[in-house]
Ligand binder design. Structure first.
Ligand code: ZN
Length: 202
């Protein structure tokens, strides 16, 4: 009995030390390449071509949520709207994408050639210079009505692609979960944030 009484506190201390130093395990996140220098001029911009005011507001919320997720420090990444399209690597458009697609991100190289995804479902196989985020406003409004959270998540999801994040099907709670209909995210999650930090390698 004496021995057990002594061993138990020691075991608890060892367990505590193991828990302290074990690293958190995040869901696996595939990412793809871009040649966008994230510390370019110390800022990152997006440019709105023709989104409706409500979607503009959602883009602002999505950008600021990516900048400050509350989980990781992201000093190179102010992510503000610019009024100069040429300095923006992310341009947002209202676009009719048909009956099945709420949003899409297309990638371009210098000179305006659109990159093929090839067999890659998630993003371009080559480096890219700028992208267009296309938002199917009418289909969204039809199916989700005036839902600010869903609107923000849709745009945050497409911005995630622009940052180089692919889909993550491990949980419907993730912003980068594939289908907006089933997506239950209300903000950038810890896993989404961790994937971005890993991608940008601070
Ligand atoms: Zn997607």
């Amino acid at each position: 009995m004496k021995n057990l009484k002594l061993k138990l506190p020691i075991l608890l201390v060892i367990l505590f030390i193991i828990l302290m130093y074990s690293k958190p395990v995040y869901a696996a996140y595939p990412t793809y390449k871009n040649d966008w220098e994230w510390n370019y001029n110390g800022a990152a911009y997006y440019y709105i071509v023709n989104l409706s005011p409500k979607f503009q507001e959602s883009a602002k919320e999505a950008a600021s949520n990516w900048y400050k997720t509350g989980y990781h420090t992201n000093p190179l990444y102010p992510m503000t709207r610019t009024s100069t399209q040429s300095e923006s690597p992310i341009d947002l458009y209202k676009s009719n994408l048909g009956k099945n697609t709420y949003g899409r991100t297309d990638f371009y190289v210098l000179g305006g050639t659109k990159l093929d995804f090839g067999d890659n479902n998630y993003g371009p196989l080559k480096d890219w210079l700028y992208c267009k985020i296309l938002i199917n406003e009418s289909l969204f409004n039809e199916d989700f009505g005036d839902n600010p959270t869903k609107r923000k998540i849709l745009i945050a999801h497409e911005m995630g692609h622009a940052f180089g994040l692919a889909h993550n099907t491990s949980s419907t709670n993730l912003v980068m979960y594939t289908y907006i209909e089933l997506n239950r995210a209300t903000k950038i999650t810890k896993d989404d944030s961790a994937a971005l930090v890993q991608k940008l390698k601070f």
